[in-house]
Write a protein that binds this ligand. Structure first.
Ligand code: IPM
Ligand code: MN
Length: 351
């Protein structure tokens, strides 16, 4: 028996609380004797509108010493766009140095997508998105704002240290038994001749330490074609923060939509935070129509990160059982309610 864990829970806004509820139901069903102490954090739009707080330092320090964090979603139509995203989500990613954004792109059985020719075997990759720098670093500013001569500069910061640690993580992942030992750098080296050059040089250098991993390079625009046209060419994809943000939304679409797309913000030496990547879905909030599988997939990743492989495998079985019974992965079209889908996973996990 493994000792207990302390897991932070940020249910967040919109449909966040509904999907986290299903995730925690599944956790309880798969955890065996392992104890998970859930530490609830009141963070998100309600708290911000009530107190003006987004992520106070005190709570950040509490998050830092947990074993993992399970996050629903943040964002609310009542709050100006960017506030919760920057001062809560991105602040947590940066301050907790969760430098890997790990986004598996997996086609589950029975799932229809917009590309009918894809099979389950075609779509099985993982995007390793750099999560601590690049265009997200916030470097830049305005000059002569609100004048006819206004200048807006937004710089992409890429450090040798930052690039090397994400590339190394991706190579190590490519060597894991469930992967196919292929690493593809996705960038735009034909135009971004500084940042892209740094990425390519680091990949070439680190590749020498991983002779069993085949390396490949694809421009980000071409990657959008290949995701649709020949996704099986990708196993592990490593890319920068901005490109990773964009291509993982496309990745979600070849999985069956945002309802199934999960991600982890990983600090291999610290605390990691797992979330459905689809956002708060305000129009579905409170209706029992939202698909909880992305959050349940995030829970699976959380368990894997903690080394709870058997429990994670059970969640995976449960998800696969659920997708085979659901009509669609889209909110309101699943043929089941949010809680029904959670129940399908629980049943499938026990089988
Ligand atoms: C994501 C989201 C975030 C990002 C936003 C909400 C800041 O789009 O997790 O992909 O850009 O990283
Ligand atoms: Mn995104």
């Amino acid at each position: 028996m493994t000792g207990g864990y302390r897991v932070g829970v940020i249910r967040g806004d919109g449909t966040g609380p509904e999907v986290i509820g299903e995730g925690l139901k599944v956790l309880d069903a798969v955890r065996d004797d392992t104890t998970f102490e859930l530490v609830e954090f009141d963070l998100g739009a309600d708290r911000y509108l009530r107190t003006g707080d987004t992520l106070p330092d005190e709570e950040l320090e509490e998050l830092r010493v947990l074993d993992a964090i399970f996050l629903g979603a943040v964002g609310d139509p009542r709050v100006k766009p960017g506030v919760l995203e920057r001062d809560l989500l991105l602040k947590a990613r940066f301050e907790l140095d969760q430098y890997v954004n790990l986004r598996p792109v997996v086609r589950y059985p029975g799932v229809q997508t917009l590309v009918p020719s894809h099979t389950e075997d075609d779509v099985n990759m993982v995007v390793v998105r750099e999560n601590s720098e690049g265009l997200y670093s916030g470097a830049g500013g305005f000059h002569r704002k609100h004048t006819a001569h206004e200048v807006a500069v937004q710089e992409s910061i890429n450090t040798r240290h930052g690039v090397e640690r994400i590339v190394r993580y991706a190579f190590e992942l490519a060597m894991q038994p469930h992967r196919r030992r292929k690493l593809t750098l996705v960038h735009k080296t034909n135009v971004l001749t500084f940042a892209g050059d740094l990425y390519q040089r680091v990949v070439d250098e680190v590749a020498a330490e991983f002779p069993d991993v085949e390396t490949d390079y694809v421009h980000v625009d071409a990657a959008c074609i290949y995701f649709l046209d020949s996704p099986s060419r990708f196993d592990v994809v490593v890319t920068d923060n901005m490109f990773g943000d964009i291509i993982t939304d496309l990745g979600a679409m070849i999985q069956g939509g945002m309802g199934v797309a999960a991600g982890g913000n990983i600090n291999p030496e610290g605390v990691s935070m797992f979330e459905p990547i689809g956002g708060t879905a305000p129009s579905e909030t409170g209706k029992g129509t939202i698909n909880p599988l992305a959050a349940i997939g995030a829970l699976e990743m959380l368990l894997r990160q903690l080394g709870e492989t058997a429990a994670a495998d059970r969640v995976d079985r449960g998800i696969r059982a659920a997708t085979q019974q659901m009509k669609s992965m889209r909110a309101g079209e699943m043929g089941f309610t949010t809680t029904d889908v959670g129940d399908l996973v629980v049943e499938g996990a026990a089988a």
